[in-house]
Design a binder for this molecule. Structure first.
Ligand code: NAP
Ligand code: G4F
Length: 342
């Protein structure tokens, strides 16, 4: 089996490609040209599988429709996982056009390419719980209404709907995975969970003195990314294409996450956390809680990693990373990092 993954260099791209390679898939991935090498997450997979030709990477971009179409025609994959996006909600308010182009032009280009090919290619779209808007404290499922609160979410709603349109109009096996927040040691460092666990690691090793966050009361249904990419694969192997929610069914506030993360190293979060308006958003998603009963009953999917285990896994990994950084900083081989703007 051949899979094409957009967003292969991201968090989910790493877990999904690892799992597909372990199942014997040939994995083809789209990478953006950047001035710095951006394959660090998947470098271990590249060195393990490249010689067998099991992993192949190509320069392209979701908004470069012709290069994307040429790639699909050349590779003729069995499955396409569209994971690429400007995925930071706060940044989407600052870069609304770029964020929206990526989320909308990308999927429609891929769906058009599939429609024009003789081969039956399955399509996965990375939909998001952000589409629900989270204004009310309710449990959300596949039937819940979308009330997007950001350019990011509005773009994802378009992609979700167009995926459904192509499924219903042309019989394409096109799936929407409506995933609630999922985190890991490979999470981008400007998302709140990783921002917290990175700070815990650095504070513990005396590389940082405090941590500034935005809204501590927001709550999210946080799961482990590796469990969720298994869910993506299960959706693509189901007999019929559909829309699926993946969630843990538990919600926790940013404050609770921080408390647990600092507690894990014997520190009190209150001694280190500051808040600033600069991390608040023009419009906030206050509360997200999902119901994944449909995925559980039909796909047999369930999250395996508890909230406690997730926090510990991320803190332990970032303690290790900060320890390695400390060695380099002490030898003047690395400059201590700056505070991120998101
Ligand atoms: P991520 O770590 O931010 O990765 C995003 C990926 O998209 C990266 O590989 C990035 O490449 C690539 N990308 C960004 N703009 C692109 C463009 N114009 N053309 C081609 N590639 C581009 O995100 P993630 O957490 O793995 O999430 C994967 C997908 O699921 C995203 O679509 C996200 O919106 C969605 N989602 C995520 C969550 C979550 O909690 N993680 C929940 C629901 C939905 P670079 O490495 O070059 O930046
Ligand atoms: O970690 P976050 O930036 O994730 P957010 O906005 O929920 O989006 C993530 O999950 C979505 C699924 O629901 C994905 F679609 C999306 O691609 C992304 O992966 O923020 C979580 C919460 C927000 O309410 C935010 O306001 O944490 C709050 N927060 C408080 N202080 C902060 C901060 N978020 C960030 N990034 N940085 C802060 O300092």
């Amino acid at each position: 089996m051949k899979a094409l993954i957009t967003g292969i260099t991201g968090q989910d791209g790493y877990y999904l490609s690892k799992q597909l390679l372990e199942k014997g898939y040939e994995v083809h991935g789209l990478v953006r040209r950047a001035s710095n090498i951006n394959t660090n997450r998947i470098d271990p997979l590249i060195s393990e599988f490249r010689d067998e030709g099991k992993i192949q990477l190509y320069y392209s971009d979701l908004i470069d429709s012709s290069s994307l179409t040429n790639l699909i025609n050349k590779i003729l994959p069995d499955e396409i996982y569209n994971l690429a996006a400007q995925s930071h909600v706060a940044v989407s308010f600052k870069n609304p056009m770029y964020s929206t182009f990526t989320s909308t032009v990308g999927p429609i280009t891929i769906l058009e390419s599939i429609r024009n090919l003789e081969k039956d290619i399955k399509f996965y779209q990375a939909s998001s719980s952000e589409m629900f808007g989270g204004a009310e404290k309710v449990v959300l499922n596949e039937e819940s209404l979308f009330e997007p609160k950001s350019p990011y979410a509005a773009g994802k709603v378009f992609a979700h709907n167009i995926t459904k349109v192509y499924r219903e109009s042309y019989g394409i096996f096109a799936v929407n995975g409506i995933l609630f927040n999922h985190e890991s040691p490979h999470r981008g460092e400007t998302f709140v969970t990783r921002k917290i666990t990175r700070a815990v690691g650095r504070i513990y090793h005396n590389l940082q003195t405090n941590l500034t966050l935005g809204n501590l009361d927001a709550s999210r249904d946080w799961g482990f990314a590796g469990d969720y990419t298994e869910g993506m694969y299960a959706m693509m192997q189901n007999e019929t294409a559909d829309d699926w929610v993946l969630a843990t069914g538990e919600t926790h506030s940013v404050k609770e996450f921080a408390e647990k993360a600092f507690n894990h190293v014997g520190l009190n979060w209150k001694d280190f956390i500051l808040t600033s308006e600069k991390y608040s958003r023009p419009n906030e998603v206050h509360h997200l809680l999902g119901d994944a009963s449909k995925a559980k009953n039909i796909l047999g999917w369930e999250p395996k990693t508890s909230f406690d285990k997730l926090v510990k896994k991320m803190v332990d990994s970032d303690l290790d990373l900060a320890n390695r950084e400390k060695v380099l900083i002490d030898k003047n081989l690395m400059t201590p990092t700056w505070e991120y703007a998101t």
